[in-house]
Design a protein around this ligand. Structure first.
Ligand code: GLP
Length: 244
C-alpha cells in the first residue's frame, strides 16, 4: 500500500489523472473501473481537458462502473448512468459499446449481476480501479458487514449511506434503498487500485482504515491486502491520522 499525501482536492485530482493517463498510454486495451460520487468529479474534468488537448484518447478503453442504484431511469440525474454520461463519457471518445454500467432497471437483477461479473472476467479483469470511500467505509455500495468474498450483487443501502447520498436528492425518501454493486472480491481482482480520499468528513474513516487490520465491518480495509493499492489523500482527509 502506497499513500500519496497531497495538499488539496485539486492536487488529488491531478495526481490521479496523471497516474491514469500513464496507464492508459502504457496498455494497448486498458480496462478501467470507474467510480461516482463527488470525489472523482475533478478527476473526470481533468481527463476531459487532457483529451481536448490530445494528450489522451479513450478509443481503446473499456470501462466498468462500480455500481448503480436500483430503479432509477437512465435520464434521472441521480442515476449513475446519467452521472457518467454527463460528467465524462459524452465528452470523450470512448466508444459506447465499451462502456459498462450495471443496469438497475433489469427485470432480473440477479441475472444482471451474474452477467456483469462475467463481462469483467471476459475483459480479463480491471487494469486500474478508481475508488472513493463512503463515510462508513464502504467501497462501491458494499456496506459494512459485506463478505470479502462477495461478487457483483444487489445490496441494501444502510442508513449512513442513504442519509449521506440524500444531499443529491430532493428528499431522503427519494433515495433508492437498493443498488447493484461490484462485489468486494471483484474489486480485489483489479490489477491496480487507486483510492481517492478528500475532505475533513473522511478524516475519521481514513484514520481507522490506515490503523486497523482488515475487517468486514470496514469494507475498504480489505484493500490493504491488494497487490497494488495507491491511496491519494489530501491534508483534510489525513488530518485525523496525522494528529493521532
Ligand atoms: C457513494 C458511491 C461510492 C462512492 C462513495 C463516496 O455512495 N456508491 O462509489 O465512492 O459513496 O461518495 P463521495 O465521493 O460523494 O463522498
Amino acid at each position: 500500500m502506497k499513500i500519496i499525501a497531497v495538499k488539496n482536492y485539486e492536487e488529488m485530482s491531478s495526481t490521479a489523472c496523471n497516474l491514469l493517463i500513464e496507464k492508459i498510454n502504457q496498455v494497448d486495451y486498458p480496462v478501467l473501473g470507474l467510480a461516482t460520487g463527488s470525489t472523482p468529479e475533478g478527476l473526470y474534468q481533468l481527463l476531459i481537458e487532457k483529451f481536448n488537448n490530445n494528450e489522451v484518447s479513450f478509443k481503446n478503453v473499456k470501462s466498468f462502473n462500480l455500481d448503480e442504484y436500483v430503479g432509477l431511469k437512465k435520464d434521472n440525474p441521480n442515476s449513475y448512468y446519467y452521472y457518467m454520461n454527463n460528467n465524462f463519457f459524452h465528452l470523450i471518445d470512448i466508444p459506447d459499446r465499451n462502456i459498462n454500467i450495471p443496469n438497475g432497471l433489469a427485470k432480473n437483477l440477479q441475472k444482471e449481476c451474474e452477467e456483469y461479473e462475467e463481462k469483467i472476467k471476459q475483459a480479463n479483469n480491471i487494469d486500474v480501479q478508481i475508488l472513493g470511500i463512503g463515510l462508513n467505509g464502504h467501497i462501491g455500495f458494499n456496506e459494512p458487514g459485506t463478505s470479502f468474498a462477495s461478487v457483483t450483487q444487489v445490496v441494501d443501502l444502510n442508513n449512513t449511506t442513504i442519509e449521506s447520498n440524500s444531499r443529491f436528492f430532493k428528499s431522503i425518501d427519494e433515495v433508492p434503498r437498493q443498488a447493484i454493486s461490484m462485489g468486494i472480491s471483484t474489486i480485489m481482482q483489479s490489477k491496480e487500485a487507486i483510492l481517492l480520499v478528500t475532505g475533513k468528513n473522511k478524516a475519521e474513516i481514513l484514520s481507522k482504515f490506515i490503523k486497523e487490520e482488515p475487517t468486514e465491518d470496514l469494507p475498504a480495509s480489505i484493500l490493504k491486502n491488494h497487490e497494488n493499492l495507491t491511496i491519494i489523500a489530501d491534508e483534510d482527509a489525513l488530518s485525523k491520522f496525522n494528529n493521532d
